[in-house]
Design a binder for this molecule. Structure first.
Ligand code: 2HG
Ligand code: ZN
Length: 458
């Protein structure tokens, strides 16, 4: 326990009574995330302003209390889990869209704004914030920034970091900083904005985000490609991207398709082994021209079926199916290791063949889906954590997978971050000098190691 009576009293002075939770049954709500692991915090604080965050951090550093910032708790690697107890700083009440500057295509938001709410606010203004994690209906922009979230549209539009111009943040000792700019360009000093993006709550608490937004595409077409061969379907990805840049290029294997089959508005041929889900967007003319190029390209491909969604309802069902793969996977086993490895796109067939090999030598269900357009494949290893032999098998498969990914010239995380679940594997990818410099940065920002301790570093 790091929260003494004296520290608790000091914290009570920072916020109103309804902004501090320490009843056991309420603490439980802040003890888990998308990994299904659980760690109980000693107290939860719900600040509503920068000033409150700052005064909380001053108390936390004076009393040496661990602090874990948290958005919606939808993270996939344990980033928001209070593994050392202490405080959870829930930023969900800092949920104002402070400003939308239409002329300059900028939105300024607090971290607790839900991704989808920002999209809805931008829509009538003809603007668009592209990063679209599968959890966009409930995840927060602050969490997206902390993990540098991606999503299906990254293949055309990039990830969270490509839209963040500047940040306000509170340091471990309570000091406040502003980084970046609210202009289209800016190169004054080191890029602290980029350093904080993806830092998983280990360097500072993000309290305000300046985002670049873009004109909203007015037209789109959703196309489904079905193949009886995973190798053929994934082999097509890199070649297709020479012809057009779709807004999404997603891939699902047969298991992923099976677990969401009830949501797919079409009958799939029984030989289906893989699906690619593509979306074209832009103006009406651009979409029509890309669709033409796509059709010409597909004429020479050996596919079971090519089908376009003909109504908005069909399109929504297809995306609902895709976004449900991750939660639906629990029908296979009570626990999952959901990895988010990335390889150069031309090597996806090799990666997927390797996962099939891993599945063959294991008794666990292992299946793949994900953002093929980015080479970002979710390898899901399903298991029952109460069975030690399954945990051992799953860890072994994960280790082998990561090694193979590095051999293929890839990276062990494309969008979920390192957090808790991948920290022991960091050295597979980062050489010692790079790891050391990163540790020194952490030390500089947080010398007492109170901000999200035991994350990222082995
Ligand atoms: C997705 O793309 C998410 O659906 C979750 O990133 C992936 O559960 C997963 O492995
Ligand atoms: Zn994903």
């Amino acid at each position: 326990m790091s929260l003494t009576k004296e520290a608790l009293q000091a914290l009570q002075k920072c916020v109103d009574p309804d902004q501090l939770i320490n009843a056991h049954e309420e603490l439980l709500c802040y003890s888990y995330d998308g990994t299904g692991r659980e760690f109980l915090p000693e107290a939860v604080l719900l600040p509503v302003s920068n000033e409150e965050v700052s005064s909380i951090m001053k108390v936390a550093s004076a009393y040496n209390i661990p602090v874990v910032p948290r958005g919606a708790g939808s993270g996939m690697t344990g980033g928001s889990l209070p593994v050392a107890g202490g405080l959870v700083l829930s930023l969900t009440r800092m949920n104002r869209i402070i400003e939308i500057d239409k002329d300059n295509q900028i939105a300024v938001v607090e971290p607790g704004v839900i991704n989808q709410q920002l999209r809805q606010a931008l829509h009538p203004l003809g603007l668009f914030y592209p990063p679209d994690p599968a959890s966009l209906k409930f995840c927060t922009i602050g969490g997206n920034v902390a993990e540098c979230a991606g999503g299906p549209s990254a293949v055309k539009y990039g990830v969270t970091r490509d839209y963040v111009l500047g940040l306000d943040a509170v340091l471990a000792d309570g000091r406040e900083i502003s980084t970046g700019v609210r202009t289209a360009k800016g190169v004054v000093g080191y890029d602290l904005t980029r350093l904080l993006i993806g830092s998983e709550g280990t360097l500072a608490i993000i309290t305000k985000i300046i985002l670049r937004v873009i004109p909203r595409p007015t037209s789109r077409r959703t196309v489904l490609l079905l193949s009886d061969s995973i190798a053929d379907a994934t082999g097509l990805v890199a070649r297709l991207l020479h012809i057009i840049t779709p807004a999404t290029l997603e891939y699902l294997d047969a298991t992923a398709l099976n677990i969401v089959a009830d949501k797919i508005p079409f009958q799939l041929p029984t030989q289906t082994k893989a699906m690619l889900l593509l979306e074209l967007d832009g103006s009406k003319e651009m979409v029509a021209s890309q669709a033409n190029q796509l059709n010409n390209f597909l004429e020479h491909e050996n596919l079971l079926m090519v089908k376009s969604a003909s109504t908005d309802e069909e399109r929504d069902s297809l995306w609902q199916a895709r976004r449900s793969v991750s939660p639906a996977a629990f029908a296979l086993k009570p626990d999952k290791m959901g990895e988010d490895v990335v390889v150069p796109r031309s090597r996806i067939p090799k990666l997927v063949a390797y996962t099939e090999h891993l599945a063959k030598i294991s008794t666990l269900p292992i299946f793949t889906f994900g953002h093929a357009g980015d080479g970002n494949i979710h390898v899901n290893i399903m298991l029952d954590r109460s069975k030690p032999e399954e945990v051992e098998q799953a860890n072994d498969a994960k280790h082998k997978l990561f090694k193979q990914v590095i051999d293929l010239g890839g990276t062990i995380s494309g969008e979920h971050g390192i957090g808790l679940t991948k920290k022991d594997y960091l050295a597979i990818e980062l050489p010692p000098t790079s790891l050391n410099i990163q540790r020194q940065l952490k030390q500089l920002f947080d010398p007492q190691n109170i901000l999200n301790p035991h994350k990222i570093f082995p």
